[in-house]
Design a protein around this ligand. Structure first.
Ligand code: SAH
Length: 214
């Protein structure tokens, strides 16, 4: 399959017509080989307009949703970003194209390991992988210019707002386990402003400040 061609078609048909206009974001999507982050048996669907299973009951998000979340972070290139929910590592690679350093936290060790292997193969050197409960953030490298959570949360975990720089942005799906609103929080001194963009469906964020494990 000509994945390179499929990738350009994905950008032209799924991202640009739906309003993704940030040229840096579009360039990252034209660059990152999404098929490398998808299990081998469903690789032919890598550029389809949907989420796909990646094992351990988790999913790689739909390209458009990854693009919307990335756009909302408004990265310029010099930022340090914290990602919660490494999953396949696809969103991680997109972030690595757009900022200086990414810290990515995943609670399931096998997924983190697999993502790390994929990312190393692709040659990224500005990503650190952490296996832990990301609802507690990652204090060691805080504060962050931007934080992105790629799993659904009942409310915004307090440690994440505390680990955000002044002026920093947090993008997170907030709601119940069936549907969430993609929420952007901006920190201004000791105040926060939030706005909701699109409805979305993510797998649950499981941890101390998220959903309890079942
Ligand atoms: N951005 C990923 C999507 C991953 S799905 C991609 O495009 O592939 C969400 C991920 O969040 C899952 O891998 C899940 O295991 C992880 N997750 C859930 N709760 C978590 C927590 N408390 N800390 C870190 N990761 C968590």
């Amino acid at each position: 399959m000509d994945f390179e061609a499929l990738r350009q078609v994905m950008v032209e048909t799924q991202l640009i017509p739906r309003g993704i206009a940030d040229q840096r974001v579009l360039a990252a999507f034209r660059q990152v080989a999404r098929q490398e982050f998808v299990p081998a048996d469903i690789r032919s669907a890598a550029y389809d307009d949907c989420a796909l299973p990646i094992g351990d009951n988790q999913t790689i998000s739909q390209p458009y949703m990854v693009a919307v979340m990335t756009k909302l972070l408004k990265l310029k290139g010099l930022e340090t970003v914290l990602e919660i929910g490494t999953g396949s590592g696809y969103q991680t690679a997109i972030l690595a194209e757009l900022c200086q350093k990414v810290y990515t936290v995943e609670r399931l060790a096998p997924l983190s390991q697999k993502a790390k292997e994929t990312i190393n193969k692709l040659g990224y050197r500005n990503i650190e992988f952490i296996t832990a409960d990301g609802t507690e953030g990652f204090q060691k490298a805080a504060p962050y210019d931007a934080i992105i959570v790629t799993a659904a949360c009942p409310s915004i975990p307090k440690p994440l707002t505390e680990q955000l720089k002044d002026g920093g942005r947090l993008v997170i799906p907030v709601g119940d386990t069936f549907q969430q609103m993609l929420t952007t929080l901006t920190k201004q001194g000791d105040k926060f402003s939030t706005f909701e963009s699109v409805a979305c469906v993510f797998v649950p964020l499981v941890g101390k400040y998220g959903w309890k494990p079942t």
